[in-house]
Design a protein around this ligand. Structure first.
Ligand SMILES: Nc1nc(=O)c2c([nH]1)NC[C@@H]1CN(c3ccc(C(=O)N[C@@H](CCC(=O)O)C(=O)O)cc3)C=[N+]21
Length: 284
């Protein structure tokens, strides 16, 4: 039996419709959620992601501003921009698109963002709160993945979740969120010995490494739930995942496609975090 495909774009659309209503109500109270995205340099992949965010924000009624700076921007200049945005009461959320050019220390930038505006959920305070299961901004991709699993009522308690990839923005946090959902979590990465023996045991397999098609059917246990976070550009310019979709869908129970899977959910969770930031900042 072939897997059921979890279409992130469809779920994203229904969540965006609900958020649009929520924002309409906030506007009636005089609140206008506002996100500022800072993009340094002119990477085409970043551009496409940024335009997806703009579209989602427009649809929902979130005010979204893009600040584009040249590749040569200094760390000092970026820190001073962040300080200005931190102080600007009309700005609810700040997102600095990663990766940054090499003259800028990424961690210093992440830590400069006011945690109350950290809609990416990358600040150490946000991460610490997530680890300890407290209310916080969850990082958008892991948050989107958990939301997709919940939308299909996939039970995670006691299940073996195997993560392929240990990045700070996807692999590590998605493992922690799955742990919070009572899964048993194994992290695998480029130094893992006999990765296939581990992925073959996964009830839930989350792949976020950035290697097109690396997860073939041989890596997957029959009936597993397979989440593909890969965003790989092919030579033809199309997007493809880390999972060999056609072969894996034959054995999995659920599978997410690329495109139209996790990507649109990432953007949607960013919008959710922006609304939350606006509401929290205006609570008295
Ligand atoms: N501070 C920061 N936060 C991020 O969340 C962040 C980042 N930097 N840097 C880059 C990565 C990448 N990322 C994507 C999100 C959505 C799609 C997405 O919506 N993709 C569409 C297709 C888009 C297309 O075809 O170009 C899809 O999968 O269907 C892709 C990639 C967020 N990232």
């Amino acid at each position: 039996m072939a897997a059921e495909v979890i279409y992130g774009d469809q779920l994203a659309q229904s969540l965006r419709e609900a958020m649009k209503e929520e924002v309409t109500a906030l506007k009636e109270e005089g609140l206008q959620p506002r996100l500022v995205v800072v993009l340094i340099g002119d990477d085409p992949a970043s551009r496409s992601y940024v335009s997806g965010k703009q579209k989602a924000a427009d649809f929902i009624g979130i005010d979204s501003e893009l600040i584009t700076l040249p590749d040569s921007t200094t760390e000092e200049a970026l820190l001073s921009l962040i300080s200005k945005l931190n102080q600007d009461q009309s700005v609810n959320g700040i997102l600095v698109q990663l990766p940054l050019p090499k003259q800028i220390n990424e961690q210093a930038i992440i830590e400069a963002i006011d945690p109350s505006k950290d809609v990416d959920g990358f600040h150490p305070i946000s991460i610490g709160r997530m680890l300890t299961g407290q209310e916080t901004f969850l990082p958008c991709t892991p948050f989107g993945i958990i939301t997709m699993l919940k939308s299909k009522e996939i039970d995670l308690e006691g299940k073996h979740a195997v993560i392929v990839g240990r990045s700070n923005i996807v692999g590590k946090p998605v493992g922690q969120l799955l742990l919070n959902e009572h899964a048993t979590v194994t992290y695998t990465h480029s130094r893992t010995k006999d990765m296939q023996a581990l992925t073959k045991k996964a009830d839930v397999l989350v792949v976020a490494v950035g290697r097109a098609g690396m997860i073939t059917q041989e890596y997957v246990k029959p009936g597993a739930v397979v989440i593909d976070v890969g965003v790989n550009r092919t030579e033809a310019g199309t997007l493809t995942g880390d999972v060999d979709f056609e072969s894996v869908r034959e054995v999995a129970s659920y599978i997410t496609p690329v495109p139209k899977g996790v990507g649109p959910m990432t953007i949607t969770m960013l919008m959710k975090n922006t609304i939350k930031a606006c509401v929290n900042q205006n609570k008295k």
